[in-house]
Design a protein around this ligand. Sequence first.
Ligand SMILES: NC(=O)c1ccc[n+]([C@@H]2O[C@H](COP(=O)([O-])OP(=O)(O)OC[C@H]3O[C@@H](n4cnc5c(N)ncnc54)[C@H](O)[C@@H]3O)[C@@H](O)[C@H]2O)c1
Length: 314
Amino acid sequence: MRIHLNDGMAESAIKKFNDELPEFTITNNHLEPEELKNEVKNIDILVVRSATKVTRGIIEAGKDSLKIIGRAGMGLDNIDQVAAKEFGIEVLNTPGQNSLSVAELVVGMILSIYRKLNRGTNGIREGLWEKKLLKGLELSNKNFGIIGFGNIGKHLSKLVSGFNDKVFVYDIYEISEEDKDNYNIEQVDLDYILKNCDIISLHIPHNEKTHHLISDKELNMMKKSALLINCARGGVLDEEALLKALEDEKILGAGLDVFEKEPAKGEIYTKLLSFDNVVATPHIGATTKEAQYRVGINMVERIVNATKKIHFEK
Ligand SMILES: NC(=O)c1ccc[n+]([C@@H]2O[C@H](COP(=O)([O-])OP(=O)(O)OC[C@H]3O[C@@H](n4cnc5c(N)ncnc54)[C@H](O)[C@@H]3O)[C@@H](O)[C@H]2O)c1
């Protein structure tokens, strides 16, 4: 019986797998889609992060052996859940384990843009001392808009409350009075956030309803001084519309950890990245030592629990 880790895992998690499921052999190497499709018939439990797309083709090829697909992370958009359900394969993820890391990256991006850290660093590298050009802004006492008040949105509201920001939240569900008090937030509609917030951070899943939720119309409603952060999923923000808004100086800047195309290579990204007021990272929201430890351990615990209810062929 075999557990295959296609996108790696924290050492502590691999050790826990070995300790708790000694009857399974662990393989830990990245297989490209075609290789994985050929090999999956020999895999009982497949664990991926965001780098592997577990397509219908892969699931169909593994339908006789595959019992569990583990997604070490939150988003399930890289797993064909419909196909997995069709073949009775359990899909498990680790909600909430990396949320704090994503929320901290948002704060890092805001401070980086507000205090022009890239420009400052590059200037000194080039022998410049651009003090006058580097006048920044404070994160404190701003109107902060959070779109999507789930695990990450909640962590973020706590962090920015520490800066004394007023936090406005838009979500499709009705937030309880208790949560509004606990997190010190006000629930408003999307237009309110777009029109009134100095910082707008996206924390929604990507699906048909949220595809290009932020596009030309929404960017045009934002304040000229608004900063937009996307650490959710590429497709929730229309990148062509963002480029236009930056070119026309409709907003103050943007922080991007996720892109419609990953890796973010091509003309649109060259253009977006040419702005000093854009900070970009290669989908590293969850990439901290602490988050990967929590995600790994939680993934193993969930898989171990699930194996108790499943019969594996030896
Ligand atoms: N950058 C990264 O590395 C990274 C890491 C983890 C998660 N993420 C992404 O961040 C996003 C949020 O993650 P989370 O863990 O907070 O998820 P979550 O499921 O806990 O929260 C998502 C929230 O969005 C709300 N929502 C859904 N559709 C909506 C809509 N149409 N309008 C308004 N609100 C809507 C939901 O009600 C929920 O409260 C996801 O897209 C996830 O994939 C990115």
